[in-house]
Design a protein around this ligand. Structure first.
Ligand code: C2E
Ligand code: MG
Ligand code: MG
Ligand code: MG
Length: 292
């Protein structure tokens, strides 16, 4: 009987696995088509200076305009792009598109804006991220310090030597480097000395309960202090409330990003926001939150 139950369980598991395998194959096929048909777009989320309340840069976030599915967020497809290696081609397109956008803003009333892009470790190993970046900057006449690369701790630790060497050269050129989702990796802090880094982005996971959970508050404080003594800038991710903002102001975090100020937006909307000169609510302001 036990054997039979075991066999049934096994059969059920296999059927379930088949469903997943088929879904995954369909996704990968659709992604290959998406690359050829250029179905990806970049949205931009403003980064805001905590003290002045002004927009100081933007993060480019990829979206997939999948026919019949509407706008698909990266959580649904980035992993598949990574696993298939398609991220190298899409990553190259992201570098090129972000640099074109920086140029377009330089030539418009918006003016020069710093833009960050998320890069995958596979772009260092298999792709030619360095060449892609240099070509895109030159082609568009974009000053390197207007481009920032966001890397996660995990991607910094994959093919380390190659990545360090590449980042060193890009940084020498003036390109900025930040560590994304800081605090979520399980690496030692030693790499903060070894890597050419400008900025730490404090993961949303620590910001969520920063005003109610003393442990999270301590971690954010420790990161901000450490960053300051290492002469690194700090950005808080996923700020949604004025209470979180007040905490960040009080403790000297440099920049914030989150729905409190703005979601990631398509180009026309984010342009409108910058032209209107929107700023963060001031500490003594009406306290009205601008969410969503
Ligand atoms: P990330 O780089 O840490 O980006 C921040 C994510 O948090 C974005 O999700 C953003 O929309 C979301 N977010 C920002 N503020 C708030 C907030 O106040 N509340 C909440 N609930 N969420 C907020 P998104 O766009 O879905 O991107 C998810 C992840 O996908 C990114 O995390 C990044 O790791 C990856 N990704 C996005 N675009 C690219 C890309 O062009 N290339 C690569 N390699 N990865 C990308
Ligand atoms: Mg990011
Ligand atoms: Mg992040
Ligand atoms: Mg994050």
């Amino acid at each position: 009987r036990a054997k039979q139950a075991g066999r049934n369980t096994f059969r059920f598991f296999t059927a379930q696995m088949n469903v997943e395998v088929v879904a995954r194959l369909e996704l990968e096929t659709a992604l290959r088509r998406a690359v050829e048909h250029r179905e990806f777009v970049l949205h931009y989320q403003p980064k805001v200076q905590v003290d002045s309340g002004r927009v100081c840069g933007l993060e480019a976030l990829v979206r997939w305009e999948r026919p019949g599915h509407g706008l698909v967020l990266p959580g649904e497809f980035i992993q598949a792009l990574e696993d298939t290696g398609l991220i190298v081609r899409v990553g190259r397109w992201i570098v090129a598109t972000a640099c074109k956008q920086i140029r377009a803003w330089m030539d418009s009333p918006v003016g020069p804006r710093q833009v960050s892009i998320n890069v995958s470790s596979r772009q260092f190993g298999e792709g030619d991220l360095e060449g892609d970046v240099i070509r895109a900057l030159e082609l568009n006449g974009v000053p390197p310090d207007l481009l920032e690369l966001e890397l996660t701790e995990t991607s910094l630790l994959a093919n380390t030597e190659l990545t360090i060497a590449c980042l060193r050269r890009l940084k020498k050129l003036g390109v900025r480097v930040s560590i994304d989702d800081f605090g979520t990796g399980y690496s030692s802090l030693a790499y903060l000395r070894r890597f050419p880094i400008d900025k730490l982005k404090i993961d949303k996971g620590f910001i969520d309960d920063v005003t109610s959970n003393p442990d999270d508050a301590s971690i954010v404080l420790a990161i901000v202090r450490m960053a300051r003594s290492l002469k690194l800038e700090t950005v808080a991710e996923g700020v949604e409330t004025t209470a979180q903002l007040a905490f960040l102001r009080r403790h000297g975090c440099d920049q914030m990003q989150g729905y409190l100020f703005s979601k990631p937006l398509a180009v026309p909307e984010v342009e409108a926001l910058m032209l209107e000169g929107r700023t963060l609510p001031s500490p003594r302001g009406d306290g009205k939150e601008r969410v969503r």
